[in-house]
Design a protein around this ligand. Structure first.
Ligand code: GRF
Length: 191
């Protein structure tokens, strides 16, 4: 069995979708949710689904190595970011080479980088009058939203869209594609 850790900072709808997707998978399981925000919705979701979750601090990730130790203790093979907003530090990148993946709610390289997350992404897309937005799944490196792109899917930006309506359309794409893209990516690593 391959183990997946999901890192999330917020509501965790993608985390839940990933947990559900892999629950009956013969070879992979989400066995750990790691979260940097006490009280975040993702923690309730993990609890409801019976997946272990832990909250960590900046020090745990960047200074003491606690996060890396947790990943080792839980025999994590792959890390999936799902609404996680901090950079992954070098020691974690080195321990999981090519094994950390993220989803971004826009068509990278547009609308990526520091500070480009959540509502701000959709506001920027609408303000620029783009006709298309979408999702990008990419490998994680030492910069925000800059690793190799593995998958993209577009959706329309409609006249009258607000950041909320566009976010909802993009979220639907995330739910539809992220688990499948993660699954394919894992099976390619195994091949
Ligand atoms: C998603 O839009 C994802 O693309 C981004 O953060 C958001 C997380 O949403 N990286 P949720 O917490 O999964 O609902």
């Amino acid at each position: 069995m391959k183990h997946i850790a999901v890192f999330a900072s917020g509501t965790g709808t993608n985390a839940e979708n990933l947990i559900r997707h892999f629950r009956k998978h013969p070879h992979c399981r989400v066995n750990l949710v790691l979260c940097n925000k006490p009280g975040a919705g993702v923690l309730d979701r993990a609890a409801r689904l019976g997946v272990k979750s832990m909250v960590f601090t900046r020090q745990d990730l960047y200074e003491t190595g606690r996060v890396l130790n947790l990943l080792k203790e839980h025999r994590v093979d792959f890390i999936v970011l799902a609404g996680f907003l901090w950079l992954i530090p070098q020691p974690v990148l080195e321990a999981f080479p090519g094994r950390i993946i993220n989803i971004h709610p826009a068509l990278l390289p547009a609308y990526g980088g520091k500070g480009m997350y959540g509502r701000r992404v959709h506001e920027a897309v609408i303000n620029n009058r783009d006709k298309k937005s979408g999702v990008t799944v990419h490998l994680v490196n030492e910069e925000y939203d800059a690793g190799n792109i593995l998958f993209q899917e577009e959706c329309d930006v409609l006249p009258g869209d607000t950041p909320d309506t566009l976010a909802e359309r993009v979220h639907q794409l995330e739910y539809e594609y992220y688990p499948r893209v993660v699954e394919d990516w894992i099976s390619q690593q195994e091949a």
